[in-house]
Design a protein around this ligand. Structure first.
Ligand SMILES: [Zn+2]
Length: 184
């Protein structure tokens, strides 16, 4: 388990003004997080802190790639990530509920660990549908999946409501991939 202390931003030790922190987020970073859905990646994060007396504004810029399963064939694929987000920090000793981009940091402690925030912004930057570029899916896996889908369409022929499965049959991409696997 890697030490996440390096992702601490210790506000009380920062002068009012601008400060920049830079992090390399690699496989060890994702392994060190509890419950990370991402296991592999290589990203660069630049966190700019604008510190004021009562609050601070963080700009997080993250660029790089992560390895995640392709939606179509389930093999690992490389997803490009670009994050440009802001976090607003209020220093207060009152206990207040954090919202999406506004966090409350205890005045007396004055430390924020941003490891999980970096992770969450990376996850949010993954497109809902993510697949290999056209024609680069694992054909053996696709073939198995096609057989499964075709069999299920056959079993549900009378079910006109089944839009999802129907769409596979009419999607020209599936026909193209079937041709590739048949030619092998
Ligand atoms: Zn794929």
């Amino acid at each position: 388990m890697a030490n996440l202390d390096r992702y601490n931003i210790i506000f009380k030790s920062l002068e009012v003004g601008n400060h920049t922190f830079e992090y390399e987020l690699d496989n060890d970073f994702f392994k060190s997080l509890d419950n990370s859905e991402i296991e592999e990646g290589k990203l660069n994060a630049v966190v700019t802190v604008q510190k004021h007396e009562e609050n601070a504004q963080l700009t997080l810029q993250i660029t790089g790639t992560v390895q995640i399963p392709c939606d179509r064939c389930l093999d690992a694929m490389t997803q490009t990530i670009e994050v440009n987000e802001e976090l607003f920090i209020h220093f207060t000793d009152k206990s207040e509920e954090d919202t999406d981009n506004t966090l409350f940091v205890s005045d007396s402690r004055g430390t924020l660990n941003i490891a999980w925030h970096l992770y969450e912004f990376i996850v949010l930057a993954i497109p809902i549908v993510h697949t290999h570029p056209h024609g680069e899916c694992n054909v053996a896996m696709m073939d198995k999946y096609n057989q499964y889908v075709v069999r299920n369409i056959g079993e549900n022929q009378n079910n006109d409501d089944d839009v999802t499965k129907e769409s596979y049959r009419t999607d020209p991409r599936w026909d193209a991939l079937k041709n590739i696997s048949n030619n092998n």
